[in-house]
Design a protein around this ligand. Structure first.
Ligand code: IMP
Length: 422
């Protein structure tokens, strides 16, 4: 029987909720930090000891010498990008090899997976997903088709397995008439990355994590992307290809549902989305530009402009239900400081039909808004709940009432100290 618990820290909308900032606050409480889904499509920006790092595959516990960090079986990993990310951390003085453990069951992203990602997007024309181009979809497709390569494969007879899968990919690309690419250089670095990975603990992390739990150690499952990008529960087909919700913690790490403790759901005081797909609250006007500018809403991985809009309670309530969120964490309240009134989407409307439930097909729905007063006071220097302006407290209470879930942490600026715990 496990004595420790697994708490999950999840972005519960479209990703980019600011997980990077709060892990810094969370990690000291845990012995193990584990990634359970996704890969280098993530970009967790973390400012540590005054330096900025963008973590893609490596868990955020890496900055803390005492933590074990696990890349779980539900993840996909690109050896070349992993090597670059790890070397940057090593150059900054962090030792990784003893503290970073990678599941042998995690799948490998090949250079040809990235070409396939581009080829499939190109073939989709106007209905592009707007992927990050990191080969995520094709890698998870191969996993589901039972032809993928896993981390454990690099330890034995790898070259032949690699060539066989690559040949398969090249045939698909030929059939798609997508031949204008050259992976020679990329492949060289990728193979160097494969060799580099061998110095890490490539283990059966499922056993390791369960041993830790049996010893009473606590695990933080660090989510990537957001709940509405989940392959099952997101706005399909405009989603990523992994299980980003709390269910994915169990399948992506090999831990049982009864080991899960708290499920922290992170959201912003407003909404953003990168890439294509339905987004009923999207603002195409000056308000949207203001939120983007003040909130610095530009992609950490791709640099793309994020689409911006008001808070969407239909999406938030759905995500809380799907994940079983126990505690909410609200980020970036300060971005809305300047507005006289703040809108909140409470329902979606299509013709005469109005719904408060996330529809099966989110295309074509318009947002129905309620308006609440703005606080018109800079929040970023406030460090205690008592000092928050009343209108902001009212906004918090409004969201808590609508979602029936407590907001336990409020972040009012990127600074580490600007985090109010309730
Ligand atoms: P993919 O994960 O690269 O296949 O991209 C699928 C969709 O998920 C695209 O709309 C991406 O913009 C989005 N996406 C993937 N990873 C992230 C993330 O970490 N933050 C926000 N959006 C993401």
């Amino acid at each position: 029987m496990a004595k420790g618990t697994v708490d999950a820290l999840l972005g519960i909308v479209f990703g980019d909720e600011g997980k990077g900032k709060v892990v810094d606050f969370f990690t000291p409480r845990y012995d193990v930090v584990a990634r359970f889904a996704g890969g280098p499509n993530a970009g967790h920006t973390i400012i540590f000891d005054g330096k900025k790092f963008v973590l893609r595959s490596i868990p955020s516990g890496i900055f803390d010498e005492g933590k074990i960090n696990i890349i779980g079986n539900g993840c996909v990993i690109a050896p070349d990008l992993f090597m670059a990310e790890a070397r940057e951390l090593e150059t900054a003085g962090y030792t990784l090899t003893d503290r970073l453990h990678i599941s042998r069951r995690a799948h490998l992203i090949l250079p040809t997976h990235r070409v396939l990602d581009r080829a499939y997007e190109a073939a989709k024309g106007k209905s592009k997903v707007g992927t990050t181009g990191k080969g995520i979809g094709p890698t998870y497709s191969d996993k589901a088709a039972r032809i993928g390569l896993r981390v454990g494969d690099i330890l034995e007879n790898f070259e032949a397995k690699y060539e066989a899968l690559k040949a398969r990919h090249l045939q698909i690309l030929k059939d798609l008439n997508y031949t204008d690419f050259d992976i020679t250089e990329e492949e060289k670095v990728w193979k160097e990355g494969v060799e580099y990975m061998k110095r890490f603990h490539l283990t059966n992390t499922e056993f390791e994590i369960n041993r830790c739990l049996a010893e009473g150690k606590n695990v933080l499952a660090e989510g990537a992307q957001g709940s509405l990008l989940d392959i099952d529960h997101g706005t399909y087909p405009f989603v990523s290809s992994s299980s980003t919700t709390s269910g994915g913690v169990c399948t992506g790490l090999g831990v049982a549902p009864n080991t899960i403790g708290h499920i922290f759901g992170i959201f912003k005081a407003y909404s953003t989305r990168v890439g294509s797909g339905p987004f009923p609250v999207e603002l195409f006007d000056e308000t949207g530009d203001t939120i983007r500018h003040i909130g610095n809403e530009y992609g950490a991985v791709t640099g793309r402009n994020r689409r911006c809009g008001w808070l969407d309670l239909v999406a938030l309530k759905y995500a809380i239900m799907i994940n079983g969120v126990t505690d909410l964490v609200m980020m970036k309240g300060d971005v809305l400081d300047g507005f006289d009134t703040i809108k909140v989407c409470t329902a979606y409307k299509k013709g005469d039909e109005v719904t408060t439930e996330m529809p099966y097909d989110t295309e074509g729905w318009e947002a129905v808004y309620e308006e609440v007063p703005g606080w018109k006071t800079p929040l970023s220097d406030i460090r205690s709940e008592e000092a928050l302006p009343q209108a902001f407290k009212d906004y918090i209470a409004y969201i808590e009432k609508a979602t029936a879930t407590p907001i336990k942490i409020i972040s009012v600026s990127p600074d580490r100290e600007a985090t109010i715990i309730r």
